[in-house]
Design a protein around this ligand. Structure first.
Ligand SMILES: *[C@@H]1O[C@H](CO)[C@@H](O)[C@H](O)[C@H]1NC(C)=O
Ligand SMILES: *[C@@H]1O[C@H](CO)[C@@H](O)[C@H](O)[C@H]1NC(C)=O
Ligand SMILES: *[C@@H]1O[C@H](CO)[C@@H](O)[C@H](O)[C@H]1NC(C)=O
Ligand SMILES: *[C@@H]1O[C@H](CO)[C@@H](O)[C@H](O)[C@H]1NC(C)=O
Ligand SMILES: *[C@@H]1O[C@H](CO)[C@@H](O)[C@H](O)[C@H]1NC(C)=O
Ligand SMILES: *[C@@H]1O[C@H](CO)[C@@H](O)[C@H](O)[C@H]1NC(C)=O
Ligand SMILES: *[C@@H]1O[C@H](CO)[C@@H](O)[C@H](O)[C@H]1NC(C)=O
Ligand SMILES: *[C@@H]1O[C@H](CO)[C@@H](O)[C@H](O)[C@H]1NC(C)=O
Length: 404
């Protein structure tokens, strides 16, 4: 029997891997995975993993079990690193956990789902089986999409079966490390301790999940607007808006383009700053990143500038949208009004009674496993993925001169 290295059999581990890679890119720091606290979810995959069965063995042995769904194999094609973390992990309480992730491309003929991370990959599989779903996985905005792939007719037309992106109209809606704001109700009864532990590993010292006296934190803030930014110049000239706003209210800019934070950036945001510029680097439908979710978590009011309808991503009265104001001066006047009216400013936190900020929302990975198991889903193919992803209604806005 052929022995094949299966790196890890659990969604969560895969997620640690993906998030790890992303974080390495973004924060340039490595992730320290959880140490030996294996979570048992009662299926055979964990046992199989520890006994080093081959993927073939695992798949055939589960096909015969009567009371369990068989495992689905999900291949991460051309992963940035072939090595999935082999340390144990964490559960996200996925309703279905019987999926098996691998980065071993030689297993493509056994895979049910093939994930193609378009913003990083170099080549694409050409052979496929009819039941397989090829997934267009994209974490960043179309600004970083390789046109060489989008414009290649072989991949552009009738190649992808599913999409997995931050767009709400994707087959699998993925927020991942961007995070989400979710109603407390939807979390009721869920064990969130593992997720919090996971976030602690990822985000380390930034973690601050026991603020008991929110009102005191809000009252204690004595600075106006902060902005942490590393890309100094953008096509949509967000830096120009920040500059104009800064003529009317203090805007403290930290990061690569100016000066580093004197202390931990997010702690400073939490204790000192009333507002945060949550300006995305590109204006694309639904493109709302951690730039928006982080200030919500750290008790600063995000001032958003992006291409999304933000009402889909956070409750009313939790943020301020630049597009609601005619000019930087008008926005500045409103910020000064809030600064001078304690109750009005405090009302921007009322939503915290009913909602929770989840900085890593892995429900998309759960959904992927669930879809992989749903045999009644119809055959699906995207006739023109470029059209869907970046043309027409999906196009990003590049010209900001009509706004400022
Ligand atoms: C699965 O079941 C079939 C028919 O019941 C049997 O012939 C086969 O040996 C079983 N395979 C495994 C791996 O148990
Ligand atoms: C809470 O658990 C339920 C049932 O498992 C699940 O459907 C829901 O998505 C979970 N909510 C969150 C926020 O994890
Ligand atoms: C949060 O809780 C931990 C443990 O209970 C404590 O050590 C820490 O000081 C608390 N942080 C704040 C800001 O209250
Ligand atoms: C830092 O700023 C420089 C100059 O604008 C830019 O070239 C570089 O990409 C920035 N670094 C990061 C990490 O964004
Ligand atoms: C904000 O309010 C504080 C305290 O009332 C005041 O000292 C400060 O000057 C105000 N800032 C602006 C820009 O109005
Ligand atoms: C499978 O997909 C169909 C069609 O979308 C849906 O109606 C059904 O509820 C799904 N079944 C499961 C078990 O998720
Ligand atoms: C996936 O797309 C291919 C290529 O268009 C198509 O032949 C196949 O039927 C699709 N498979 C599913 C399961 O949708
Ligand atoms: C951007 O928009 C402005 C105002 O609507 C217009 O005058 C200008 O020509 C546009 N620039 C480009 C490059 O399309």
């Amino acid at each position: 029997m052929r022995k094949t290295a299966v790196f890890q059999l659990n969604i969560a581990t895969f997620v640690i891997f993906v998030s790890g890679c992303l974080l390495m890119l973004i924060f340039r720091q490595t992730v320290k995975p959880e140490t030996a606290d294996t979570i048992s979810h009662g299926d055979d995959s964990q046992k199989a993993l520890t006994e080093h069965m081959s993927v073939n063995d695992i798949l055939t042995s589960t096909k015969n079990s009567t009371n369990k769904p068989p495992l689905k194999l999900i291949l991460l094609w051309n992963a940035m690193s072939p090595e999935l973390s082999d340390n144990p992990f964490i559960t996200f309480n996925c309703p279905i956990t019987t999926c098996l992730f691998t980065a071993d491309m030689s297993l493509i003929h056994l895979s049910d789902v093939v994930l193609l991370r378009i913003d990083v990959l170099e080549d694409m599989p050409l052979n496929r089986l009819p039941h397989q779903r090829f997934v267009f996985l994209h974490i960043e905005s179309p600004i970083s999409t390789k046109l060489s792939i989008m414009d290649n007719p072989r991949f552009r037309y009738n190649y992808f079966n599913w999409t997995m992106t931050y767009r709400r109209d994707s087959d699998i809606f993925l927020r991942d490390y961007y995070g989400s704001v979710l109603p407390h109700d939807s979390m009721k009864g869920n064990d969130t301790s593992q997720r919090k532990k996971f976030e602690k590993e990822l985000i380390g010292k930034e973690v601050m999940d026991n603020d008991t006296d929110l009102a005191a934190i809000i009252r204690g803030k004595n600075k106006m607007v902060a902005w942490f930014v590393s890309h100094c110049s953008t096509l949509i000239r967000r830096e120009e808006y920040a500059r104009q706003l800064g003529q009317y209210v203090p805007v403290d800019i930290f990061g690569n383009c100016t000066k580093e934070c004197p202390t931990d950036c997010y702690q400073m945001l939490r204790t000192d700053y009333k507002f945060y510029l949550a300006f995305e680097n590109s204006w694309c439908p639904d493109y709302v990143t951690e730039k928006f979710i982080r200030p919500l978590f750290y008790h600063a009011v995000p001032i958003v500038l992006g291409g999304a309808d933000y009402s889909h991503f956070a409750p009313p009265h939790s943020y301020i949208n630049v597009r609601d104001f005619g000019s930087p001066k008008e926005l500045a006047d409103y910020l000064i009004l809030l600064n001078n009216t304690e109750t009005l400013y405090a009302s921007y936190f009322d939503w915290k009674k009913d909602y929770e900020v989840v900085r890593t929302d892995m429900s998309g990975w759960c959904d992927l496993c669930q879809l992989a198991h749903n045999d009644s889903l119809p055959v699906k193919v995207y006739p023109d993925i470029k059209q869907w992803w970046m043309l027409g209604e999906a196009a990003c806005e590049y010209n900001s001169t009509k706004h400022f």
